[in-house]
Design a binder for this molecule. Structure first.
Ligand code: AMP
Length: 419
């Protein structure tokens, strides 16, 4: 496999799949969080500093055709700002960039317009329902068109670099199919993907013990695959968030109006049994902050998690649980965290998630633990508590990280690494 660190881009045009799917402020239209742009900088800088030219491509938002509101032209200023004022050229149609690419000089940077303005990028037919009898034929046709789309993008450059970890779990034109048009020595991961893979492989393959997984968020069903994969690896499994109550109910507890996936009760029991058989210690919240409605101004009370009063719903972990969880995390040498402990978007129910964020940072700083945080909400909680530089690694790809940790093969990774 070709490795970017040893590659010399001098005299070469490199097409780079970056993840510039950044949020824009609804009122000002300005970039409200440029983490993803900053993540791609080392790769872009290496290409131009070597004396090559960088052609950047990305999607933004859920474009279903040309949509000025999702034009990447809006973020050029932010990329330039991050590159210390260096000019970024722009081509407003990713399929009509021949001229712009021809004129591109070494040392220059060209950004292509949103790839998802073309259905070919995702390779899914648009405007036709999955139930439609013609859907399969339309999909087959679109898959063929996707190859042409990827081939066209490939034609712009000598080298392909994938640095978009956030979309590595998608078999899209620019993330996977394009790699077929480059030989082994002309395709590679960028620095960001390399960092993501190193962090995740470290946790999956070389975790120091005790190894603790903290799983939160709304539903068990979303996390079942990762939990199952991690049961073979971890010593402790900490559960929080809405998914708590499916477990509590499965064990016969009273959960009031708390979130519960009634069709996942057997699954919850199965997880608990598997954990026991594998010697994994499972921690479920013992006390909770309850609300009388799902609202930021709701009335609250505290109860044991398995004795939620009728008419109330558990929306955060309470102090006894916070104490237990903090102690388990503090004594861990490896921690992976995905999903909030409560409805952290509302101040009244944010304490548990913030406390876990603090505990993870403390384990990193005081106990030398390797800590990996992923998933939009846990990352938001880490950022809200200004702890991003106090943990070992914050992943940029929620879905991609989950799938990798589930043990799945990611198309964008396989396209370059072969597995
Ligand atoms: P997920 O996308 O599965 O990681 O879930 C994140 C969402 O779960 C957040 O929007 C939280 O507000 C929500 N959440 C966390 N705890 C609870 C809870 N106890 N009840 C309902 N929703 C919750």
């Amino acid at each position: 496999m070709t490795v970017i660190d040893n590659f010399n881009f001098k005299g070469l045009k490199a097409i780079v799949r970056v993840d510039f799917n950044v949020p824009l402020n609804k009122e000002t239209g300005k970039v409200s969080d440029d983490t993803r742009i900053r993540g791609a900088l080392p790769t872009i800088k290496k290409i131009v500093e070597d004396g090559g030219a960088a052609i950047l491509m990305s999607h933004m938002g859920k474009a279903k055709g040309v949509d000025p509101k999702l034009s990447l032209s809006q973020i050029i200023y932010k990329i330039e700002e991050n590159l210390g004022g260096k000019k970024v050229l722009f081509c407003d149609d990713c399929m009509k960039a021949d001229e712009a690419v021809k004129n591109l000089k070494m040392g220059e940077i060209l950004l292509l317009e949103n790839l998802r303005f073309y259905a070919e990028e995702e390779g899914k037919p648009r405007g036709i329902d999955k139930e439609d009898p013609n859907y399969d034929a339309a999909k087959k046709e679109m898959k063929a068109k996707q190859k042409d789309f990827a081939k066209k993008l490939a034609s712009y450059a000598d080298v392909y670099v994938n640095d978009a970890f956030g979309t590595a779990h998608r078999a899209h034109g620019s993330t996977a199919v394009i790699a077929d048009y480059f030989t082994e020595d002309k395709k590679m991961f960028g620095f960001l993907i390399n960092k993501e893979l190193t962090a995740m492989d470290k946790v999956l393959n070389e975790a120091q013990r005790p190894f603790t997984a903290i799983m939160g968020g709304a539903k068990v069903s979303d996390k079942i695959a990762i939990i199952t994969n991690l049961l073979d690896r971890v010593d402790n499994l900490i559960i929080g968030g809405g998914m708590t109550y499916t477990f509590v109910k499965a064990m016969g507890g009273q959960i009031g109006n708390s979130l519960c996936e009634a069709d996942k009760l057997d699954l919850a029991k199965e997880i608990l049994e598997k954990a026991k058989a594998k010697g994994v210690k499972v921690y479920l919240p013992t006390d909770a902050v309850n609300a009388d409605k799902f609202d930021k101004d709701a009335n609250t009370n505290i109860s044991a998690t398995d004795k939620t009063p009728d008419g109330w719903m558990g929306l955060d972990i309470a102090d006894e649980t916070i104490k237990t969880y903090s102690e388990v995390i503090a004594s861990s040498k490896t921690v992976i965290w995905n999903g909030p402990m409560g409805v952290f978007e509302m101040d009244k129910f944010a304490k548990g998630t913030s406390a876990v964020a603090q505990a993870v940072a403390k384990a990193t700083q005081d106990n030398g633990a390797f800590t990996l945080i992923g998933g939009g909400d846990s990352v938001a909680a880490i950022n809200k508590n200004k702890l991003a530089d106090k943990v070992s690694y914050v992943s940029t790809g929620g879905g991609a990280m989950l799938e990798y940790m589930e043990g799945k093969v990611l198309p964008g990774i396989k396209a370059i690494r072969g597995c």
